[in-house]
Design a protein around this ligand. Structure first.
Ligand code: UD1
Ligand code: MG
Length: 487
Protein backbone atom coordinates (compact mmCIF):
# COMPACT_ATOMS: atom_id res chain seq x y z
CA UNK A 1 0.00 0.00 0.00
CA UNK A 2 1.31 3.42 -0.82
CA UNK A 3 -0.75 6.53 -1.26
CA UNK A 4 0.13 10.18 -1.21
CA UNK A 5 -2.24 12.97 -0.37
CA UNK A 6 -1.35 16.54 -1.00
CA UNK A 7 -2.63 19.37 1.12
CA UNK A 8 -1.03 22.04 3.27
CA UNK A 9 0.57 20.80 6.47
CA UNK A 10 -1.11 21.82 9.74
CA UNK A 11 1.88 24.05 10.43
CA UNK A 12 1.25 25.90 7.14
CA UNK A 13 -2.39 26.28 7.98
CA UNK A 14 -1.44 27.83 11.31
CA UNK A 15 1.26 30.18 10.14
CA UNK A 16 -0.31 33.49 11.22
CA UNK A 17 -1.60 34.66 14.59
CA UNK A 18 -5.01 33.49 13.41
CA UNK A 19 -5.97 30.97 10.78
CA UNK A 20 -7.82 32.05 7.63
CA UNK A 21 -11.16 31.46 9.38
CA UNK A 22 -10.25 34.10 11.98
CA UNK A 23 -10.01 31.45 14.68
CA UNK A 24 -7.10 31.40 17.10
CA UNK A 25 -4.36 28.94 16.18
CA UNK A 26 -4.26 25.57 17.93
CA UNK A 27 -1.70 25.58 20.76
CA UNK A 28 0.27 22.76 19.17
CA UNK A 29 1.18 25.05 16.24
CA UNK A 30 3.30 27.04 18.67
CA UNK A 31 5.20 23.90 19.69
CA UNK A 32 6.41 22.94 16.24
CA UNK A 33 7.68 26.15 14.59
CA UNK A 34 9.03 25.69 11.07
CA UNK A 35 12.75 24.83 10.79
CA UNK A 36 13.10 24.05 7.07
CA UNK A 37 15.93 21.71 6.06
CA UNK A 38 16.76 21.41 2.35
CA UNK A 39 17.14 18.00 0.72
CA UNK A 40 15.51 15.97 3.46
CA UNK A 41 13.25 12.91 3.58
CA UNK A 42 11.87 11.37 6.77
CA UNK A 43 10.94 7.80 7.64
CA UNK A 44 8.78 7.43 10.75
CA UNK A 45 8.64 3.92 12.21
CA UNK A 46 5.24 3.22 13.73
CA UNK A 47 4.84 -0.56 13.36
CA UNK A 48 5.62 -3.15 15.98
CA UNK A 49 3.62 -4.57 18.84
CA UNK A 50 4.33 -2.17 21.65
CA UNK A 51 3.99 -5.15 24.00
CA UNK A 52 5.19 -3.22 27.03
CA UNK A 53 2.08 -1.00 26.92
CA UNK A 54 -0.05 -4.09 27.65
CA UNK A 55 -2.81 -2.63 25.52
CA UNK A 56 -5.25 -3.70 22.81
CA UNK A 57 -4.60 -0.31 21.22
CA UNK A 58 -1.44 0.04 19.09
CA UNK A 59 1.21 1.87 21.11
CA UNK A 60 1.65 4.80 18.74
CA UNK A 61 -2.07 5.64 18.89
CA UNK A 62 -2.01 6.23 22.64
CA UNK A 63 -2.74 9.93 23.03
CA UNK A 64 -0.70 12.74 24.49
CA UNK A 65 -2.79 15.87 25.09
CA UNK A 66 -5.61 14.21 23.17
CA UNK A 67 -3.58 13.53 20.01
CA UNK A 68 -2.04 10.18 19.06
CA UNK A 69 1.65 9.93 19.90
CA UNK A 70 2.47 9.37 16.21
CA UNK A 71 0.62 12.61 15.36
CA UNK A 72 3.08 14.53 17.54
CA UNK A 73 6.03 12.88 15.76
CA UNK A 74 4.58 13.74 12.35
CA UNK A 75 4.04 17.38 13.40
CA UNK A 76 7.66 17.61 14.58
CA UNK A 77 8.82 16.09 11.30
CA UNK A 78 6.64 18.39 9.18
CA UNK A 79 8.28 21.38 10.89
CA UNK A 80 11.40 20.49 8.88
CA UNK A 81 9.40 20.82 5.63
CA UNK A 82 10.86 17.58 4.23
CA UNK A 83 10.49 16.71 0.56
CA UNK A 84 9.06 13.30 1.42
CA UNK A 85 7.67 11.64 4.54
CA UNK A 86 7.17 7.87 4.73
CA UNK A 87 5.22 6.44 7.63
CA UNK A 88 5.85 2.74 8.25
CA UNK A 89 2.83 1.18 9.91
CA UNK A 90 1.84 -2.31 10.99
CA UNK A 91 -1.29 -4.01 9.61
CA UNK A 92 -3.15 -2.99 12.80
CA UNK A 93 -2.80 0.66 11.83
CA UNK A 94 -4.04 0.40 8.23
CA UNK A 95 -7.53 1.54 9.18
CA UNK A 96 -6.04 4.69 10.75
CA UNK A 97 -3.77 5.59 7.81
CA UNK A 98 -6.19 7.98 6.11
CA UNK A 99 -6.90 9.86 9.34
CA UNK A 100 -3.18 10.17 10.09
CA UNK A 101 -2.53 11.48 6.58
CA UNK A 102 -5.37 13.95 6.91
CA UNK A 103 -4.05 15.26 10.23
CA UNK A 104 -0.36 15.30 9.43
CA UNK A 105 -0.03 16.68 5.93
CA UNK A 106 1.47 15.04 2.86
CA UNK A 107 2.94 11.62 3.54
CA UNK A 108 3.10 8.11 2.18
CA UNK A 109 2.18 5.07 4.22
CA UNK A 110 3.82 1.68 3.79
CA UNK A 111 2.93 -1.45 5.70
CA UNK A 112 5.49 -3.62 7.48
CA UNK A 113 3.62 -6.92 7.45
CA UNK A 114 5.66 -8.42 10.30
CA UNK A 115 7.56 -6.55 13.02
CA UNK A 116 11.00 -7.98 12.32
CA UNK A 117 12.87 -4.99 13.72
CA UNK A 118 13.64 -1.34 13.11
CA UNK A 119 16.01 -1.95 10.14
CA UNK A 120 13.41 -4.20 8.50
CA UNK A 121 10.88 -1.39 9.02
CA UNK A 122 13.14 1.13 7.28
CA UNK A 123 13.60 -1.34 4.39
CA UNK A 124 9.85 -1.06 3.68
CA UNK A 125 10.40 2.55 2.57
CA UNK A 126 12.80 1.49 -0.20
CA UNK A 127 10.28 1.76 -3.09
CA UNK A 128 9.65 5.40 -2.14
CA UNK A 129 13.18 6.49 -1.29
CA UNK A 130 15.57 4.34 -3.35
CA UNK A 131 16.34 7.30 -5.63
CA UNK A 132 16.62 9.89 -2.85
CA UNK A 133 20.08 11.42 -2.67
CA UNK A 134 19.57 13.84 0.23
CA UNK A 135 19.53 13.02 3.93
CA UNK A 136 17.04 10.48 5.28
CA UNK A 137 15.99 11.12 8.86
CA UNK A 138 14.80 7.94 10.55
CA UNK A 139 12.47 8.61 13.50
CA UNK A 140 10.66 6.38 15.97
CA UNK A 141 6.94 7.07 16.47
CA UNK A 142 7.32 6.34 20.19
CA UNK A 143 9.66 9.32 20.67
CA UNK A 144 7.23 12.21 20.23
CA UNK A 145 8.86 15.06 22.13
CA UNK A 146 11.86 15.90 19.93
CA UNK A 147 11.79 19.48 18.72
CA UNK A 148 12.32 20.42 15.07
CA UNK A 149 15.37 22.49 16.01
CA UNK A 150 17.05 19.44 17.56
CA UNK A 151 16.32 17.35 14.48
CA UNK A 152 17.61 20.08 12.16
CA UNK A 153 20.79 20.18 14.28
CA UNK A 154 21.20 16.43 13.82
CA UNK A 155 21.02 16.70 10.03
CA UNK A 156 23.46 19.64 10.10
CA UNK A 157 25.87 17.57 12.21
CA UNK A 158 25.94 14.81 9.59
CA UNK A 159 26.49 17.25 6.77
CA UNK A 160 29.21 19.16 8.62
CA UNK A 161 31.11 16.06 9.74
CA UNK A 162 33.20 15.31 6.65
CA UNK A 163 32.41 11.91 5.16
CA UNK A 164 30.05 10.83 7.97
CA UNK A 165 27.52 8.29 6.73
CA UNK A 166 25.13 8.94 9.62
CA UNK A 167 24.52 11.12 12.67
CA UNK A 168 22.79 9.68 15.73
CA UNK A 169 20.98 11.66 18.41
CA UNK A 170 22.35 10.83 21.85
CA UNK A 171 21.25 11.81 25.34
CA UNK A 172 22.13 11.06 28.94
CA UNK A 173 19.02 9.84 30.79
CA UNK A 174 18.96 9.56 34.58
CA UNK A 175 18.19 5.85 34.13
CA UNK A 176 19.78 4.42 30.95
CA UNK A 177 17.85 1.17 31.49
CA UNK A 178 16.71 -0.36 28.18
CA UNK A 179 18.10 2.34 25.86
CA UNK A 180 20.82 1.44 23.34
CA UNK A 181 24.29 2.65 24.43
CA UNK A 182 26.51 4.80 22.18
CA UNK A 183 30.05 3.47 22.13
CA UNK A 184 32.44 6.18 20.98
CA UNK A 185 35.84 5.78 19.31
CA UNK A 186 38.81 7.57 20.93
CA UNK A 187 38.40 10.44 18.43
CA UNK A 188 34.82 11.05 19.62
CA UNK A 189 33.11 9.60 16.54
CA UNK A 190 30.47 6.91 16.99
CA UNK A 191 31.93 3.43 16.70
CA UNK A 192 28.76 1.38 17.31
CA UNK A 193 25.49 1.17 19.22
CA UNK A 194 24.85 -1.75 21.56
CA UNK A 195 21.30 -2.64 22.49
CA UNK A 196 20.81 -3.07 26.25
CA UNK A 197 19.72 -6.69 25.80
CA UNK A 198 23.04 -7.64 24.23
CA UNK A 199 25.34 -5.30 26.17
CA UNK A 200 28.23 -6.39 28.41
CA UNK A 201 28.39 -5.07 31.96
CA UNK A 202 30.97 -2.46 30.92
CA UNK A 203 28.80 -1.39 27.97
CA UNK A 204 25.72 -1.12 30.18
CA UNK A 205 27.69 1.26 32.42
CA UNK A 206 27.88 3.75 29.52
CA UNK A 207 25.49 6.62 30.20
CA UNK A 208 25.36 8.11 26.70
CA UNK A 209 22.27 6.55 25.11
CA UNK A 210 20.57 6.32 21.73
CA UNK A 211 17.52 8.60 21.51
CA UNK A 212 16.43 7.05 18.20
CA UNK A 213 16.54 9.77 15.52
CA UNK A 214 19.27 9.07 12.97
CA UNK A 215 20.19 11.12 9.88
CA UNK A 216 21.68 8.96 7.14
CA UNK A 217 23.18 9.82 3.76
CA UNK A 218 20.36 8.77 1.42
CA UNK A 219 22.75 7.27 -1.13
CA UNK A 220 24.13 4.89 1.48
CA UNK A 221 20.96 4.10 3.41
CA UNK A 222 19.66 0.99 1.66
CA UNK A 223 23.03 -0.71 1.06
CA UNK A 224 23.63 -0.29 4.82
CA UNK A 225 20.14 -1.59 5.68
CA UNK A 226 20.83 -4.63 3.45
CA UNK A 227 23.97 -5.36 5.46
CA UNK A 228 22.06 -5.57 8.79
CA UNK A 229 21.61 -9.12 10.12
CA UNK A 230 19.44 -10.49 12.91
CA UNK A 231 21.98 -12.45 14.92
CA UNK A 232 21.21 -10.86 18.27
CA UNK A 233 19.36 -11.36 21.56
CA UNK A 234 15.92 -10.66 20.02
CA UNK A 235 16.52 -12.11 16.54
CA UNK A 236 15.51 -8.73 15.04
CA UNK A 237 17.02 -6.51 12.37
CA UNK A 238 18.25 -3.48 14.32
CA UNK A 239 18.65 -0.12 12.56
CA UNK A 240 21.11 0.59 15.35
CA UNK A 241 23.58 -1.84 13.72
CA UNK A 242 24.30 0.78 11.04
CA UNK A 243 27.15 2.61 12.86
CA UNK A 244 29.02 -0.68 13.47
CA UNK A 245 28.63 -1.60 9.79
CA UNK A 246 29.91 1.84 8.74
CA UNK A 247 32.90 1.50 11.14
CA UNK A 248 33.62 -1.97 9.74
CA UNK A 249 33.82 -0.46 6.26
CA UNK A 250 36.27 2.17 7.51
CA UNK A 251 33.70 4.98 7.49
CA UNK A 252 32.54 7.25 10.31
CA UNK A 253 29.34 8.25 12.09
CA UNK A 254 28.84 11.23 14.33
CA UNK A 255 26.54 12.19 17.19
CA UNK A 256 24.79 15.19 18.67
CA UNK A 257 23.32 15.32 22.16
CA UNK A 258 19.76 16.35 23.01
CA UNK A 259 18.21 17.47 26.31
CA UNK A 260 16.62 14.55 28.18
CA UNK A 261 13.06 15.90 28.21
CA UNK A 262 12.91 15.83 24.40
CA UNK A 263 13.95 12.33 23.67
CA UNK A 264 12.39 9.94 26.13
CA UNK A 265 10.96 6.89 24.36
CA UNK A 266 7.49 5.71 25.33
CA UNK A 267 7.30 1.98 25.82
CA UNK A 268 5.02 1.62 28.85
CA UNK A 269 2.27 3.51 30.67
CA UNK A 270 4.68 5.03 33.17
CA UNK A 271 6.69 6.64 30.37
CA UNK A 272 3.40 7.66 28.71
CA UNK A 273 2.40 9.56 31.86
CA UNK A 274 5.84 11.18 32.10
CA UNK A 275 5.60 12.31 28.45
CA UNK A 276 2.09 13.68 29.06
CA UNK A 277 3.54 15.90 31.80
CA UNK A 278 6.17 17.24 29.39
CA UNK A 279 3.58 17.94 26.67
CA UNK A 280 1.20 19.59 29.15
CA UNK A 281 3.98 21.78 30.45
CA UNK A 282 4.81 22.89 26.89
CA UNK A 283 1.15 23.58 26.07
CA UNK A 284 0.71 25.61 29.27
CA UNK A 285 3.77 27.69 28.45
CA UNK A 286 2.51 28.20 24.87
CA UNK A 287 -0.88 29.32 26.24
CA UNK A 288 0.65 31.78 28.68
CA UNK A 289 3.09 33.12 26.10
CA UNK A 290 0.12 33.78 23.81
CA UNK A 291 -1.63 35.81 26.52
CA UNK A 292 -3.77 33.37 28.50
CA UNK A 293 -3.85 33.61 32.30
CA UNK A 294 -3.51 30.22 33.96
CA UNK A 295 -4.06 30.88 37.65
CA UNK A 296 -2.35 27.63 38.68
CA UNK A 297 -0.81 26.19 35.49
CA UNK A 298 0.10 22.73 36.79
CA UNK A 299 -3.58 21.96 37.46
CA UNK A 300 -4.87 22.94 34.01
CA UNK A 301 -5.02 20.18 31.36
CA UNK A 302 -4.99 21.28 27.75
CA UNK A 303 -5.28 19.51 24.40
CA UNK A 304 -3.00 19.77 21.39
CA UNK A 305 -5.86 21.30 19.37
CA UNK A 306 -7.03 23.79 22.04
CA UNK A 307 -7.58 27.25 20.56
CA UNK A 308 -7.47 30.22 22.91
CA UNK A 309 -8.35 33.83 22.09
CA UNK A 310 -6.77 36.89 23.68
CA UNK A 311 -7.03 37.48 27.44
CA UNK A 312 -8.69 34.22 28.34
CA UNK A 313 -8.50 33.34 32.06
CA UNK A 314 -8.51 29.71 33.16
CA UNK A 315 -8.85 28.97 36.86
CA UNK A 316 -7.35 26.04 38.76
CA UNK A 317 -8.32 22.42 38.08
CA UNK A 318 -9.82 22.88 34.64
CA UNK A 319 -9.70 20.12 31.99
CA UNK A 320 -9.85 21.22 28.36
CA UNK A 321 -10.44 18.10 26.27
CA UNK A 322 -10.16 17.85 22.48
CA UNK A 323 -11.96 20.23 20.12
CA UNK A 324 -12.28 23.34 22.31
CA UNK A 325 -12.12 26.96 21.11
CA UNK A 326 -12.37 29.75 23.70
CA UNK A 327 -13.05 33.33 22.62
CA UNK A 328 -11.40 36.57 23.72
CA UNK A 329 -11.81 37.56 27.34
CA UNK A 330 -13.76 34.44 28.33
CA UNK A 331 -13.31 33.07 31.82
CA UNK A 332 -13.23 29.38 32.64
CA UNK A 333 -13.65 29.07 36.38
CA UNK A 334 -12.26 26.30 38.58
CA UNK A 335 -13.15 22.61 38.26
CA UNK A 336 -14.79 22.88 34.84
CA UNK A 337 -14.47 20.18 32.17
CA UNK A 338 -14.86 21.14 28.50
CA UNK A 339 -14.66 19.09 25.30
CA UNK A 340 -15.85 19.66 21.73
CA UNK A 341 -17.21 23.13 22.47
CA UNK A 342 -16.84 26.69 21.25
CA UNK A 343 -17.02 29.29 24.02
CA UNK A 344 -17.80 32.81 22.82
CA UNK A 345 -15.96 35.98 23.76
CA UNK A 346 -16.44 37.19 27.34
CA UNK A 347 -18.54 34.18 28.33
CA UNK A 348 -18.19 32.91 31.91
CA UNK A 349 -18.07 29.17 32.48
CA UNK A 350 -18.16 27.40 35.87
CA UNK A 351 -17.08 26.86 38.52
CA UNK A 352 -17.94 23.14 38.21
CA UNK A 353 -19.41 23.34 34.70
CA UNK A 354 -19.41 20.44 32.25
CA UNK A 355 -19.50 21.37 28.56
CA UNK A 356 -19.83 18.40 26.22
CA UNK A 357 -19.33 17.96 22.47
CA UNK A 358 -21.43 19.81 19.93
CA UNK A 359 -22.01 22.85 22.12
CA UNK A 360 -21.68 26.47 21.23
CA UNK A 361 -21.79 29.05 24.01
CA UNK A 362 -22.49 32.59 22.78
CA UNK A 363 -20.76 35.82 23.53
CA UNK A 364 -21.18 36.96 27.13
CA UNK A 365 -23.29 33.91 28.05
CA UNK A 366 -22.97 32.34 31.48
CA UNK A 367 -22.95 28.66 32.31
CA UNK A 368 -22.54 28.29 36.04
CA UNK A 369 -22.29 25.92 38.96
CA UNK A 370 -23.00 22.23 38.34
CA UNK A 371 -24.46 22.81 34.89
CA UNK A 372 -24.05 20.26 32.08
CA UNK A 373 -24.52 21.36 28.46
CA UNK A 374 -24.42 18.84 25.61
CA UNK A 375 -24.93 19.34 21.86
CA UNK A 376 -26.66 22.66 22.47
CA UNK A 377 -26.43 26.22 21.30
CA UNK A 378 -26.59 28.85 24.01
CA UNK A 379 -26.93 32.24 22.33
CA UNK A 380 -25.30 35.46 23.46
CA UNK A 381 -26.07 36.74 26.90
CA UNK A 382 -28.14 33.70 27.95
CA UNK A 383 -27.75 32.49 31.53
CA UNK A 384 -27.80 28.96 32.89
CA UNK A 385 -26.37 29.60 36.27
CA UNK A 386 -27.13 26.66 38.55
CA UNK A 387 -27.68 22.89 38.63
CA UNK A 388 -29.12 22.30 35.15
CA UNK A 389 -28.91 19.78 32.33
CA UNK A 390 -29.29 21.28 28.86
CA UNK A 391 -28.95 18.67 26.10
CA UNK A 392 -29.89 18.79 22.40
CA UNK A 393 -31.27 22.28 22.92
CA UNK A 394 -31.20 25.75 21.50
CA UNK A 395 -31.27 28.55 24.08
CA UNK A 396 -32.07 31.98 22.63
CA UNK A 397 -30.18 35.17 23.28
CA UNK A 398 -30.68 36.60 26.74
CA UNK A 399 -32.84 33.70 27.94
CA UNK A 400 -32.68 32.85 31.63
CA UNK A 401 -32.72 29.20 32.62
CA UNK A 402 -33.60 28.81 36.31
CA UNK A 403 -31.83 26.57 38.79
CA UNK A 404 -32.52 22.88 38.36
CA UNK A 405 -34.01 23.06 34.86
CA UNK A 406 -33.74 19.81 32.93
CA UNK A 407 -34.26 19.30 29.20
CA UNK A 408 -35.64 15.75 29.04
CA UNK A 409 -34.02 14.90 25.71
CA UNK A 410 -34.12 11.10 25.82
CA UNK A 411 -37.16 8.84 26.00
CA UNK A 412 -35.17 5.63 26.22
CA UNK A 413 -35.10 5.23 22.43
CA UNK A 414 -34.42 8.53 20.70
CA UNK A 415 -33.02 11.99 21.40
CA UNK A 416 -35.25 15.03 20.77
CA UNK A 417 -34.62 18.75 20.74
CA UNK A 418 -35.76 21.56 22.99
CA UNK A 419 -35.96 25.09 21.60
CA UNK A 420 -36.05 28.01 24.01
CA UNK A 421 -36.67 31.40 22.42
CA UNK A 422 -34.86 34.66 22.84
CA UNK A 423 -35.49 36.33 26.19
CA UNK A 424 -37.55 33.41 27.55
CA UNK A 425 -37.56 32.76 31.31
CA UNK A 426 -37.64 29.19 32.58
CA UNK A 427 -38.56 29.00 36.27
CA UNK A 428 -36.50 26.87 38.64
CA UNK A 429 -36.90 23.11 38.77
CA UNK A 430 -38.70 22.83 35.45
CA UNK A 431 -38.62 19.80 33.19
CA UNK A 432 -38.91 20.51 29.45
CA UNK A 433 -39.96 17.22 27.84
CA UNK A 434 -38.55 17.18 24.29
CA UNK A 435 -39.49 17.61 21.54
CA UNK A 436 -40.83 20.90 22.82
CA UNK A 437 -40.39 24.61 22.30
CA UNK A 438 -40.81 27.65 24.49
CA UNK A 439 -41.33 30.77 22.37
CA UNK A 440 -39.42 34.04 22.57
CA UNK A 441 -40.28 36.10 25.63
CA UNK A 442 -42.37 33.31 27.21
CA UNK A 443 -42.26 32.47 30.91
CA UNK A 444 -42.43 28.98 32.39
CA UNK A 445 -43.50 28.85 36.03
CA UNK A 446 -41.17 27.20 38.51
CA UNK A 447 -41.62 23.46 39.00
CA UNK A 448 -43.42 22.97 35.68
CA UNK A 449 -43.28 19.85 33.56
CA UNK A 450 -43.70 21.25 30.04
CA UNK A 451 -44.85 18.71 27.45
CA UNK A 452 -46.63 21.05 24.96
CA UNK A 453 -45.11 23.92 22.99
CA UNK A 454 -45.41 27.33 24.68
CA UNK A 455 -46.23 30.30 22.46
CA UNK A 456 -44.16 33.46 22.36
CA UNK A 457 -44.84 35.85 25.27
CA UNK A 458 -47.16 33.38 27.09
CA UNK A 459 -46.88 32.29 30.70
CA UNK A 460 -47.09 28.51 31.08
CA UNK A 461 -47.48 26.78 34.42
CA UNK A 462 -47.75 23.01 34.55
CA UNK A 463 -47.84 21.86 38.17
CA UNK A 464 -50.44 21.04 40.83
CA UNK A 465 -52.64 23.99 41.85
CA UNK A 466 -51.76 25.36 45.27
CA UNK A 467 -54.53 24.96 47.88
CA UNK A 468 -54.64 26.51 51.33
CA UNK A 469 -56.73 25.66 54.42
CA UNK A 470 -56.59 28.57 56.76
CA UNK A 471 -55.58 27.66 60.36
CA UNK A 472 -55.24 23.95 59.53
CA UNK A 473 -51.64 23.74 60.73
CA UNK A 474 -52.49 25.18 64.14
CA UNK A 475 -55.43 22.77 64.54
CA UNK A 476 -53.21 19.81 63.63
CA UNK A 477 -50.56 20.90 66.13
CA UNK A 478 -53.17 21.07 68.88
CA UNK A 479 -54.48 17.58 68.05
CA UNK A 480 -51.01 16.05 68.13
CA UNK A 481 -50.18 17.76 71.42
CA UNK A 482 -53.33 16.39 73.08
CA UNK A 483 -52.52 12.84 71.89
CA UNK A 484 -48.91 13.03 73.09
CA UNK A 485 -49.77 14.16 76.65
CA UNK A 486 -52.71 11.70 76.93
CA UNK A 487 -55.20 14.41 78.09
C1 UD1 B 1 14.93 1.59 20.23
C2 UD1 B 1 16.41 1.47 19.82
C3 UD1 B 1 17.26 1.85 21.04
C4 UD1 B 1 16.92 3.24 21.51
C5 UD1 B 1 15.42 3.38 21.79
C6 UD1 B 1 15.08 4.85 22.00
C7 UD1 B 1 16.53 -0.30 18.14
C8 UD1 B 1 16.86 -1.73 17.88
N1 UD1 B 1 16.67 0.11 19.40
O1 UD1 B 1 14.66 0.63 21.25
O2 UD1 B 1 18.66 1.81 20.68
O3 UD1 B 1 17.69 3.56 22.68
O4 UD1 B 1 14.64 2.92 20.68
O5 UD1 B 1 13.75 5.01 22.41
O6 UD1 B 1 16.19 0.40 17.21
N2 UD1 B 1 9.14 -0.46 15.05
C9 UD1 B 1 8.68 -0.78 13.78
N3 UD1 B 1 8.87 -2.06 13.34
C10 UD1 B 1 9.49 -3.02 14.07
C11 UD1 B 1 9.95 -2.66 15.37
C12 UD1 B 1 9.77 -1.38 15.83
O7 UD1 B 1 8.12 0.05 13.07
O8 UD1 B 1 9.63 -4.16 13.58
C13 UD1 B 1 8.93 0.92 15.54
C14 UD1 B 1 8.07 1.01 16.79
O9 UD1 B 1 6.74 1.39 16.48
C15 UD1 B 1 8.73 2.12 17.61
C16 UD1 B 1 10.16 2.19 17.07
O10 UD1 B 1 10.20 1.43 15.88
O11 UD1 B 1 8.11 3.36 17.38
C17 UD1 B 1 11.20 1.67 18.07
O12 UD1 B 1 10.87 0.34 18.46
P1 UD1 B 1 10.90 -0.11 19.97
O13 UD1 B 1 10.52 -1.54 20.02
O14 UD1 B 1 10.17 0.82 20.82
O15 UD1 B 1 12.47 -0.01 20.27
P2 UD1 B 1 13.15 0.22 21.69
O16 UD1 B 1 13.28 -1.08 22.38
O17 UD1 B 1 12.51 1.32 22.41
MG1 MG C 1 10.78 2.35 22.08
Amino acid sequence: MSQAVSHPSPADRASGPESASGEPRPLIAALAPAVPVEGLACVVLAAGKGTRMRSARPKVLHPLAGRPMVGHVLANVQALRPERVVLVIGPELEAEAAALQEAAGPLDCVVQAEPLGTAHAVAQARPLLADFAGDVLVMFADTPLVRGETLAGLVRARRESVGAAAAVLGFRPAEPGAYGRLILAPDGTLERIVEAAGASEAERAVTLCNAGPMAIDGRRLFPLIDAVGNDNAKGEYYVTDIPAIVSGEGGTCTITEAPGDEVMGINDRIQLAAAERVVQDRLRRAAMEAGTTLVEPTTVWLSADTRLGADVTIGPNVVIGPGVTIGDGAEIRPFSHLEGVRVGAHAAIGPFARLRPGSDIGEGARVGNFVEVKNSTVAEGAKINHLSYVGDAGVGAGANIGAGTITCNYDGYAKSRTEIGEGAFIGSNSALVAPVSVGPGAVVGAGSVITEDVEADSIAVARGEQSERKGAAARRRARRLTKATGD
